[in-house]
Design a protein around this ligand. Structure first.
Ligand code: SF4
Ligand code: MG
Length: 294
């Protein structure tokens, strides 16, 4: 895309070209099954990038492994389709090395809550300034529909013919417990609402988590269920952590919207402060530091 086409700074007196969501499509067509919930998330991300008039060269999407983790390939931006469950350490490293970049992590429930669960905890508590969109279909879609950490107890699959024995994880409640400073839930069947949540998550300063109910039409087609069983979250004080926690956990109808948000110093800000202090001290030489510990 040319400079104006991506929302570049227009010369004085010129009107800046407006970038459409279509402009953020890459040349690769999504390889997901027709009707997969992840299409709704991808469209919400295209629209989010247009809302923010994001420049592709300043936008990085990092994913793990799984169906949903193919998403960076379909977006006209920098992308890193990384290692199973390791998207958050990589996204954290990118943000610390290049704080001026917008960093969005995307992946599935198996990727982020099973093998990657430990990284989720630490990225959240560090309050690194990235957004994390978890596409939750409650199965391992790419490997033929085995139960995942968010599968309901009793769910029958080929890998659990007598039903799942464990309780499902509630990712939004977990994110609040881990110390995330922005926590929301969306649904891929409502991509306009999801777009607003992702815009807010990216605009939030700090670790922003968006749990997205995103059904797998091939192994667990739950669109009808979610259509009938999701409602907008009640108006509440978003800084009230206990209330936010309660709202994520209501089970009569699953709540969608922003549960929790507060401002706190981010890891990248703290890291910059540390580096500045070290640089001032660094008028001394490395050898002087070493001498301090001898
Ligand atoms: Fe989507 Fe499920 Fe197909 Fe994977 S297997 S692309 S999650 S519908
Ligand atoms: Mg999954």
């Amino acid at each position: 895309m040319g400079d104006e086409a991506v929302g570049g700074k227009a010369a004085a007196g010129m009107t800046r070209a407006v970038v459409s969501p279509m402009a953020y499509r890459s040349e690769h067509k999504p390889t997901w099954c027709p009707g997969c919930g992840d299409f709704g998330v991808l469209n919400a991300i295209y629209r989010t990038m247009a809302d923010l008039q994001a420049r592709p060269e300043n936008f990085v999407i990092v994913s793990g492994i799984g169906c949903s983790s193919r998403l960076p390939e379909f977006v006209n931006a920098y992308g890193f389709h990384s290692v199973h469950g390791r998207l958050l350490p990589i996204a954290t490293g990118i943000k610390l090395a290049r704080p001026e970049l917008e960093v969005l992590a995307v992946g599935g429930d198996g990727d982020g809550l099973a093998i990657g669960g430990n990284h989720f905890m630490h990225a959240a508590r560090r309050n690194v300034d990235i957004a994390y969109v978890m596409m939750d279909n409650a199965v391992y879609g790419m490997t033929k529909g085995q139960p995942s950490p968010t599968s309901d107890m009793g769910m029958v699959t080929k890998a659990s013919p007598y039903g799942v024995l464990e309780q499902p994880i509630n990712p939004a409640a977990l994110a609040i417990a881990f110390g995330a400073t922005f926590v929301a839930r969306g649904y891929s069947g409502k991509p306009r609402d999801l777009e607003a949540l992702i815009v807010s998550a990216i605009s939030h300063k700090g670790f922003a988590f968006v749990h997205v109910v995103s059904p797998c039409v091939t192994f667990l087609d739950a669109f009808d269920y979610w259509q009938a069983n999701t409602v907008e979250v009640e108006a509440h004080d978003p800084e009230d952590r206990s209330e936010a926690f309660r709202l994520t956990s209501i089970t009569d109808k699953t709540r969608l919207g922003v549960f929790y948000q507060r401002e706190e110093e981010t890891l990248d800000e703290k890291y910059k402060g540390l580096r500045d202090r070290a640089l001032i001290a660094g008028r001394l030489k490395v050898e002087d530091f070493i001498r301090e510990y001898q």
